[in-house]
Design a protein around this ligand. Structure first.
Ligand code: GTP
Ligand code: MG
Length: 237
């Protein structure tokens, strides 16, 4: 293969950039971006810790006062890099640290599983009324379920996180639902992955029927609880 002086120069430049990237990683834009991405993910995971602690405190306070836990358990997750990139692309945005912060609300997510429907609203109300929490958006899929039967209360909140040299308001998505709603959503999520089913409408109809049966059970369990603890005397956290 004949190489011109120009090719040689190009190759030399590529090698030089590569060696520079290894020798001086702090001057390499890709490595810089990766570092900023890692730092942002660290910030989101700290925001999750802040909100998790707030919810743990509410649950502990409630259990001491009323001998009952409104929260059964809490799950949390940071959105995976591939899902972040896919969601940004679907919104027509380039993948950058700035676009993640300004366009995505659910990089940090918590799922709060409550015992009864009333507990969902009590926990949400106590969380968003805290001085340092800003409510950005609330979607009540319990009073207005999705057409497929999905039920949950979704909150997008901002929480300040105190880092070593600065404070930053971080966005967190909080999904609050009962054990029954969570049971349905988990199975719905699993089943939705399989696309090539024989009769999708029949399946959707049956799933919707299950969601309605489960919802009815949630209402009955709430009534039973009210019979035991008293209706208006529903202890507010
Ligand atoms: P996306 O976050 O892009 O989905 O849009 P959005 O923010 O408008 O959605 P929304 O707040 O309605 O729901 C976001 C999350 O709720 C999803 O990522 C799921 O975790 C959950 N969710 C919403 N709808 C369904 C559903 O029909 N079934 C299940 N299993 N989960 C759902
Ligand atoms: Mg969302």
């Amino acid at each position: 293969m004949n190489m011109s002086a120009k090719d040689n120069n190009t190759n030399t430049n590529i090698y030089r950039s590569y060696i520079d990237a290894l020798l001086y990683p702090e001057q390499n834009p890709f490595i810089e971006d990766m570092k900023r991405f890692e730092e942002l993910m660290m910030m989101y995971s700290c925001a999750i810790k802040e909100v998790q602690t707030k919810l743990d405190v509410l649950n502990t306070d409630f259990s001491v006062r009323y001998n009952r836990n409104p929260i059964e358990f809490i799950q949390s997750r940071i959105k995976k890099p591939v899902s972040i990139a896919t969601k940004l692309s679907s919104k027509g945005c380039q993948v950058s640290v700035e676009n993640i912060v300004y366009n995505l609300n659910d990089v940090a997510g918590l799922r709060v599983i409550c015992s009864f429907i009333d507990d969902i609203y009590a926990v949400a109300e106590k969380l968003i009324s805290q001085n340092d929490i800003t409510l950005i958006e609330a979607k009540d899929y319990i009073s207005h379920p999705k057409p497929n039967g999905y039920r949950s209360l979704h909150l997008i909140i901002e929480v300040p996180v105190f880092f070593a040299d600065h404070t930053r308001n971080m966005r967190v998505e909080v999904q609050i639902r009962t054990i029954a709603m969570d049971f349905w959503a988990s199975l719905d999520h699993q089943l939705r992955y399989k696309k090539d089913v024989a009769d999708p409408e029949l399946i959707s109809g049956r799933l919707k029927h299950c969601a309605d049966v489960i919802s009815q059970t949630d209402l009955e369990m709430q009534e039973i609880k009210n019979m035991i603890y008293g209706d208006g005397a529903q202890p507010q956290i």
